[in-house]
Design a protein. Structure first.
Length: 467
């Protein structure tokens, strides 16, 4: 009898991992029927994936100021916020009024609660019980009872929808699995209110974090890699690369740098770095044929982290040697949900570039899949910003601190260092190549085109074990 797995999808990046990869075909090959359960708002963008081997179901979970406040308070009461650069800089952002007066005073009250209650086990138990009680959902419970999956898999277990899905699955006696959409979810997003029994891990670093933060032992962790990273082995297509470059107004036969941008909240002056780099390209500082492809982060383009003033500045850079690759976002549905063709375009731009640059994103690992030199621009152009606003703080984020320590990527702190590092990599592309291999092994086990297959086999093993 085939097994049935229900994936909870509440974020566009999780949709990329599950639906834009080879995961569903591999689940079918493993004898697993797959259903996706998402918020009602995502129905339009996900229905196109529904077919013989995948069904899409939706359920409502109304937005609630209380749930949002609980998610915020959870970071303060259940995390050592002063010892975590990601959480502490987030606190300072709100406490300094960057998101309005209400958020400012909420942050200050939450931090006061942290100082008084963080070390109180009684406060932890009381808060956790109240938090979980406010995330229960009769409608999600009824939907799961109707679907009757053997496993419920959460991809982003800090959102209200997935917290509710996990809690209702556990109340129904359905085994739960965590298959996290990103490498920073454990250390940078706050504590999971409902912890799955099993986890599908990217690699050794994530496995160690699961053990450290949640006490998950090795018998409950399956290291499989990253399903959508399979695309870096499966979707490399010279014709696609050439077509994409032509559409960007560039010459396919000539070399190019690739700059994958971050959201402005993480690198407020990244746009100045991109403009500086574009000028250096046109001044032939990296050779008379060098070109530049600029790709804004999806969070640059839409959502509450976007800065609308950046797009006109980026479009003004477009010219014979400067191309702008806008991410292909769906018109409605999950936050930052991408069109399926976008992944192939991204893969081929990374596969073809001479050097890949970013300001602290997962693109560092994507580029390593092609053994490309990676430079991380952890500075603020010529501006002086407080630490909590500055791009230099990313160096201290738990997940990025571990990445940089592995030695596979270069971090620069000034324009002079950036120019020097680009020049050095163009002269010696193999520099740090061994570090790049070690980084891949530590962060995501392997990028070999078989991660989806390993995930499917892991889920089959878990389902067989618990059914």
């Amino acid at each position: 009898m085939p097994h049935k797995v229900c994936y909870l999808l509440s974020h566009g990046f999780a949709a990329r991992m599950v639906l834009h990869s080879d995961l569903v075909p591999q689940l079918v090959a493993a004898g697993i029927e797959t259903v996706v359960l998402a918020p009602n708002s995502a129905k339009g963008s996900l229905e196109k994936f529904s077919g013989k081997h995948l069904s899409v179901a939706t359920a409502p979970l109304e937005k609630s100021r209380l749930r949002m406040s609980l998610g915020d308070a959870r970071r303060y009461l259940r995390e050592p916020i002063r010892d975590n650069a990601a959480l502490w800089s987030r606190h300072l952002y709100f406490a300094n009024g960057m998101a309005g007066t209400y958020s400012k005073y909420r942050a200050k009250l939450n931090y006061l609660a942290h100082r008084v209650l963080y070390r109180s086990r009684w406060a932890h138990r009381a808060f956790d019980a109240f938090d979980r009680s406010r995330h229960r959902s009769r409608l999600i419970r009824e939907k799961l009872a109707e679907l009757k999956p053997d496993l419920v898999v959460a991809t982003y277990p800090v959102t209200s929808f997935e917290v509710a899905g996990l809690l209702e699955a556990q109340s129904l006696g359905i085994p739960t699995v965590g298959h996290l959409l990103s490498w920073d979810n454990i250390t940078c997003k706050g504590r999971f209110p409902a912890v799955p029994r099993y986890f599908v891990s990217w690699g050794p670093i994530m496995s160690a974090e699961l053990n450290e933060h949640y006490g998950i032992d090795r018998n409950g962790i399956y290291e499989c890699g990253v399903p959508h990273f399979d695309a870096h082995k499966q979707l490399v297509d010279r014709a696609c690369q050439q077509r994409t470059l032509r559409e960007l107004g560039l010459e396919p036969a000539k070399p190019f740098l690739f700059f994958g941008m971050s959201a402005p909240i993480f690198a407020p002056h990244e746009i100045d770095v991109v403009e500086w780099l574009s000028k250096r390209i046109l001044e032939n500082r990296f050779g008379s044929e060098m070109q530049l492809v600029i790709r804004p982060h999806p969070q640059n383009v839409s959502g509450n982290m976007a800065d609308a003033s950046w797009l006109p500045r980026l479009k003004a850079l477009i010219g014979p040697r400067i191309g702008l690759n806008l991410p292909l976002l769906t018109e409605n549905g999950l936050d930052w949900d991408m069109q399926q063709d976008d992944l192939k375009i991204l893969v081929n731009l990374l596969a073809g570039c001479s050097v890949s640059l970013n300001s602290g994103s997962t693109l560092s690992i994507d580029a390593l899949a092609h053994d490309k030199p990676v430079i991380v621009t952890l500075f603020d152009a010529d501006q002086e910003l407080p630490w909590w606003q500055s791009a230099r703080r990313i160096r201290e984020y738990p997940h990025y601190k571990k990445l940089l320590a592995l030695g596979g990527v270069s971090a620069v702190s000034s324009f002079a260092e950036l120019e020097s590092e680009i020049t050095s990599y163009l002269a010696e592309p193999a520099r740090r190549s061994s570090g790049r291999r070690e980084t891949i092994a530590a962060e995501c086990r392997a990028i070999d085109g078989s991660s989806s297959k390993r995930v499917a086999e892991a889920l089959r093993e878990i389902a067989t074990k618990v059914v």
